[in-house]
Write a protein that binds this ligand. Sequence first.
Ligand code: HEC
Length: 154
Amino acid sequence: MRVFVVLFLVVGVAVTSGLVLLSSGSVSTPPDGPSAMVLSSGLSLYGNNCASCHGADGKGNPGSDPPLLKTVIVTGDPITLIRVMTQGTAKVILLQQRSKWTNTMPVNYNLTDEQIAQLLTYIRHDFGANSSPIETAQVAKVRLQYGGPSPGQE
Ligand code: HEC
């Protein structure tokens, strides 16, 4: 009889610890930084909307389009970066003593707030030395505050 009780206890402990192991495995915290899904979506949005001027590698074109690699605007305050996209460079106070570029940065992209967030998260991650991700809510807030074209209004 005693043997059964001990066996019962051993099996019980084994099952319980197995469950604990299983559940602790499934609640592991996600790695820091943007998800692979956000980055791959941002990459294709960048390719479709920006790479023709700024280059797939973010190096720009001499004389016509500036590089995006680790610039103050790409790595800096998210609000300024969002405004560059939603209002254009002319309306946003950018760096003093800027170089003169022969191209003009367009404003209307017909992208949703979420797509803009993904795109900017991608350039901050890949060209901006891992700067913090941009959230959809931040884009929505900046659009509300400063205006700028909404998706579908071209
Ligand atoms: C038609 C060419 C063109 C396209 C397309 C374009 N840009 Fe630009 N972009 C420019 C030019 C030219 C400037 C410089 C404007 C200035 O200095 O006033 C610029 C400036 C910028 C800057 C500021 C750079 C800095 O650090 O000074 C950022 C950020 C930027 N663009 C991001 C983007 C993103 C993101 C896209 C795609 C959604 C995009 N651009 C699409 C031409 C373009």
